[in-house]
Design a protein around this ligand. Sequence first.
Ligand code: 4H4
Length: 248
Amino acid sequence: MRIDILTLFPEMFASPLQASMIGRARQNGLLQINTVNIRDFALDKHQQVDDYPYGGGAGMVMKVDVLARAIQHVKDQPGRVVYLSPQGQRLDQTIVTRLAGEDHLILLCGHYEGIDERAMTYIDEEISIGDYVLTGGELGAMVVVDAVSRLVPGVLGDDASAEDESFAEGLLEYPQFTRPRSFAEMEVPPVLLSGHHEEIRRWRKKLSLERTLLKRPDLLLNRAFDAEEQSLLEEILFVRKKEKGAKR
Ligand code: 4H4
């Protein structure tokens, strides 16, 4: 997968893109991630990338001619242009999974008060990483690169998988335990030590449903449940009802 990041601050990406699994994936050729300095496409002698808004008002607006040249430069191969801004669709794992299916992503990091509206004609979609305003879209681009890269086959490495993690099935991940078996009188759930893989799978599915119901019930609102999940939810709700009754 090729990712081009259009930014005014390429230096922000230097070490994060060399670290950990993303750095390794770049070395293995699984990921081709380039930073492109938008300022290189400002052709005037002052390399002006922004200007005062027509109609007055505070802040500066990024210039459409500069952005158009930068985008056209990286579209030597077809690619999907994603603009990071607070006005975009909120990033979630569904969007991440869709973007991970692209061969070439172009991430445009917005700045100042945003970009000249005419630049939107060169943009395929606008994505926000949350309802807050950052100093620049670079951190948004980093979040997209990280979340998308880990879904590229081979990036997570052999022993990790993206299949049953949080959000993978629209549920939060089940609780994890590792050695020591006993700590401060807290034991590992016996089922995990039983070696019964089917019982472990069912226990994990139940705990995923339970903690999603507890922490993020919104994720369950529009989700269809298979027969097993319906049965597990009935078990969970039955126990919770009993507990509530006992407390009265
Ligand atoms: C862009 C600020 C657009 C305001 C910016 C606008 C985010 C975010 C972000 C620097 C840039 C800000 N990027 N998710 N949240 N005028 N970027 O805050 O369109 O509102 O990704 S504007």
